[in-house]
Write a protein that binds this ligand. Structure first.
Ligand code: IDP
Ligand code: MG
Length: 141
């Protein structure tokens, strides 16, 4: 079992696509183990995207991700990280497969609707930025 941090980004929230995005991940067979709505501040955005610091798109990315409310969620499932990345589609929506979230709803490489962790190490680090261990809800009896 793997866990991944998913963010419904501000553009998706503004466009009323939160339900569709969450629904597609649920339909894929992934289980929600944590969820909250929040607005990221600059400090959280810079930590979450620390790996991109120094890149040309970093400042714009921080502006964008802090531009409105988001939904942060943890999804769990077998090979969840890869399954979520596939369900999201490639970073550039024009390169994302039709049928993927970005391929179906996106055009812009920055405003690309959704975030999903890219490795188990990233997932662990990212989940801990948004959730305390107590906020991860178990499904087993
Ligand atoms: P990912 O979200 O598919 O993992 P990353 O390369 O980790 O893609 O980039 C993080 C986010 O930064 C992207 O989802 C997108 O919002 C933004 N981004 C990535 N590359 C570019 C770019 O070339 N121009 C503008 N924004 C970008
Ligand atoms: Mg990434």
């Amino acid at each position: 079992m793997e866990r991944s941090l998913v963010l419904v980004k501000p553009d998706a929230m503004r466009r009323g696509l939160a339900g569709v995005i969450i629904s597609r991940l649920e339909q894929r067979g992934l289980k929600i183990v944590a969820m909250k709505m929040l607005r990221m501040d600059r400090a959280l955005a810079e930590r979450h995207y620390a790996v991109h610091r120094g890149k040309a798109f970093f400042d714009g990315l921080v502006e964008y991700i802090t531009s409105g409310p988001i939904i942060a969620a943890v999804f769990e499932g077998e090979r969840a990280i890869e399954a979520i990345r596939q369900t999201m589609g490639a970073t550039d929506p024009l390169k994302a497969a039709p049928g993927s979230i970005r391929g179906d709803f996106g055009l812009n490489i920055q405003e690309n609707l959704v975030h999903g962790s890219d490795s188990p190490e990233s997932a662990e680090r990212e989940i801990s930025l948004f959730f305390s261990p107590q906020e991860l809800v178990g499904w087993e009896k």
